[in-house]
Design a protein around this ligand. Structure first.
Ligand SMILES: [Zn+2]
Length: 383
């Protein structure tokens, strides 16, 4: 139990500021200071969350069924050359009439992102998934791989990697991959008007097969086929509807933005209630977390920069791919009077490369109240 959380819901505020000087109107923990009625409403929800966490905890066994817990970029951002050509923009360099949609090529919108990089650059899977399409000789030019990813809510999303070098390794269809696993060993050399135009074109989209995409009677290269054209008709690519209209989600999405918002998994929600039995464990959860490279940061919401706090304590156990485990724990209460929030913590050393399972336990120490200041997240901050 704690009378107050010391500090604030932002790293920009002083965590040592005494609670009595904190203005209630700006308290980020306003919802934390519930009255009796709020407690009565929250308690059944907290119990439900515990029950849910215990019943649906994912335990990875068969890699073919691995959930895409977090995403990364297909090439480490440090390895790309200059800024990428973004998603959803016109390409004024495209000249002439489109044979895909019957409009001028210069009016078409980019359905993915181009990342310029040397031809020796390896390409990695952006998340756990299954390779559902691999064609090393697709006339994109270069090879194309499409991987299916199963999000924890059941949504399927597909990553497409194009302009792969057919003369080096390209992962075959049917293979399961984990986040960061190599899917190609290089990019096909491209030049445009004498300039180096070697790049990866990559997409994230909510459909697998682009062969139903509108096309004219004469088409060449990628205007038809599973890979799709790489460009879409005037209108935002998010709203793209293939032939027959598969609904509003049957579309592409901004790939870098998607990855940026899928670097984290939630370990615990914002929650709170009265203590029934002093010292009790009031929340447990188990999540899959695939680690490839970079830092793993434990933080509050929004991740990975915000403070976090538990009334009163937290234990986190990581079971690594080789079966070994490591534990991090912290008691937030001080003298059963205040809760000291923690700045984001780097817990990279708890993880090994591959699929780790993270078990979380939140427990009371002082009685009276229990909960979290805000949701708690684990983030793989990738290079
Ligand atoms: Zn492109």
């Amino acid at each position: 139990m704690a009378k107050n959380f010391v500090g604030a819901n932002s790293t920009t505020q002083n965590p040592r500021r005494p609670p009595e000087t904190r203005s209630p109107t700006t308290s980020p923990f306003g919802r934390w200071r519930f009255d009796v009625m709020t407690k009565l409403r929250i308690l059944p929800l907290a119990s439900l969350l515990v029950a849910l966490a215990l019943s649906v905890a994912p335990v990875p066994s068969d890699s073919a069924a691995l959930v895409a817990d977090t995403f990364t970029y297909p090439i480490p951002r440090l390895q790309r050359v200059g800024l990428p050509k973004p998603y959803g923009v016109n390409n004024p360099d495209l000249k002439g009439h489109s044979q895909c949609y019957g409009v001028a090529k210069a009016d078409l919108l980019h359905a993915g992102e181009d990342w310029f990089a040397p031809e020796t650059t390896a390409v990695q899977a952006v998340a756990n998934g299954t390779v559902v399409y691999s064609n090393p000789t697709e006339r994109y030019p270069g090879g194309v791989v499409i991987t299916e990813h199963n999000l924890s809510d059941g949504t399927l999303v597909y990553s497409l990697y194009a302009h792969l070098n057919p003369d080096t390794f390209i992962v075959p269809a049917g293979v399961s991959v984990t986040k960061g696993q190599k899917i190609a060993d290089g990019l096909i050399k491209q030049t445009e008007q004498g300039n180096d135009n070697t790049h990866l074109h990559w997409e994230l989209r909510f459909f697998r097969d682009g062969s139903a995409i509108n096309r004219g009677p004469k088409y060449d290269r990628t205007c038809a086929g599973v890979a799709g054209p790489g460009y879409t008709y005037p209108g935002h690519p998010n709203n793209f509807l293939a032939n027959g209209g598969k609904g509003p989600t049957f579309s592409w999405t901004d790939p870098s933005r998607f990855v940026a918002t899928h670097l984290s998994v939630q370990l615990a929600p914002q929650m709170g209630g009265p203590v029934r039995q002093r010292g009790e464990t009031f929340f447990t959860n188990q999540v899959q977390f695939t680690y490839q490279s970079g830092q793993v940061i434990l933080s509050g919401d929004p991740p990975p920069t915000n403070l976090f706090a538990v009334d009163d304590a937290m234990t986190l156990t990581v079971t690594r791919p080789d079966g070994t485990s490591a534990t991090w724990s912290h008691v937030f209460e001080v003298g059963c009077y205040t809760i000291n929030p923690l700045a984001p913590v780097d817990i990279t050393n708890l993880f090994h490369t591959g699929v780790n399972v993270v078990s979380v336990r939140l427990y009371d120490v002082c009685g009276v109240s229990e909960g979290t200041a805000n949701a708690i997240f684990l983030t793989n901050a990738v290079p």
